[in-house]
Design a protein around this ligand. Structure first.
Ligand code: ACO
Length: 277
């Protein structure tokens, strides 16, 4: 994407730059207006590419959150963005156990149509890993599009997850032992997740989730008081995905389908059957 002002004063020749509240607030009025134009336009293009009813990445949202935005620029063009931030989520596993988790999440991800499939998305992810030290399998993904699902399977071999009603995908590998967040040295979100795995029975889930509704934040950073009626990514766009579960269902887990393996093109059900799709 091209802009009518020089990018050099903002990006100083760096291909990938990272922007958060502190860095944005430190800019002069002129530079802040320019980065605002870049972020708002890339955010709008991202929303359009995903058929979202609302734009979820804007300057004002970054400046009023703890989110971090990676911007990819090259040859005087802005080519991609990746927005990351932490979210508190309830995650239901295959057998109905509930974990309250606080993963670092991929909240918005967009590479301009003119340069998709050239490795820019992967470079943005690698940069995030360099800085944040959180590997892709330990990240939550806010209602990933089919392209992102394909990207994650191709680059990181991530394919298995249990569909959730909260629009996020947390891969099964997230829960596997062998990597602890507090082992990494510093970096964004280095707070230890003491409550990361707190399983409860499905009966107490109803109590927990109704008591805790106001604590769970939605993809757009607002508190999610009424699950399934959030703004931003619409149910329609979610349902367009072949991996989707209808988030408006009261309890989609009543169905037999409890785990997806999109890598193998099979669905593993409660009763250990496999379905081709
Ligand atoms: N169709 C299917 N898969 C695609 C496509 C596409 N048009 N574009 C990229 N991919 C996937 C494929 O797995 C591809 O590998 P392949 O070419 O061998 O099939 C792989 O990504 C390519 O990797 P990169 O070149 O590193 O990825 P890219 O720079 O294209 O960025 C991204 C990936 C961000 C998903 C980009 O395609 C895009 O912006 N898509 C439109 C917006 C979107 O869907 N964003 C994700 C929304 S969900 C969220 O933000 C949480």
């Amino acid at each position: 994407m091209q802009f009518e002002f020089a990018l050099q004063p903002l990006f100083q020749g760096q291909i990938i730059t990272v922007w958060d509240r502190a860095r944005l607030q430190g800019l002069s009025t002129l530079l802040r207006a320019q980065i605002g134009e870049i972020i708002d336009k890339m955010g709008a293009s991202s929303a359009k590419a995903q058929n979202l009813p609302a734009i979820i990445t804007t300057l004002s949202r970054i400046i009023t959150s703890d989110h971090r935005l990676y911007i990819y620029t090259e040859d005087a063009l802005v080519k991609g963005i990746l927005k990351m931030g932490r979210k508190k989520l309830f995650h239901r596993d295959m057998i109905g156990g509930i974990a309250e988790i606080n993963p670092y999440c991929c909240l918005d991800f967009y590479v301009h149509e003119s340069c998709q499939r050239e490795g820019i998305g992967r470079r943005l992810f690698e940069e995030s890993f360099k800085l944040d030290k959180i590997p892709p399998h330990k990240i939550g993904y806010d209602r990933p599009s089919p392209k992102l699902i394909s990207f994650l399977r191709k680059h990181f071999n991530l394919s298995k997850f249990v569909p959730q009603t909260n629009n996020f995908v947390v891969f099964d590998a997230y829960f596997e032992p062998g990597w602890k967040e507090d082992e990494k040295k510093g970096g964004f979100g280095s707070k230890r997740l003491t409550q990361e795995v707190r399983f409860t029975s499905s009966e107490s889930l109803q109590q927990t989730s109704s008591n805790s509704e106001s604590k769970v934040t939605s993809h757009n950073g607002e508190q999610q008081k009424t699950p399934g009626k959030e703004q931003g990514r619409s149910s329609a766009s979610y349902l367009a995905s072949p991996f989707a579960v209808d988030p408006t269902l009261d309890n989609p887990f009543n169905s037999n389908t409890n785990s997806f393996d999109i890598g193998g093109g099979k669905i593993v059900t409660n009763s250990c059957q496999e379905k081709e799709w």
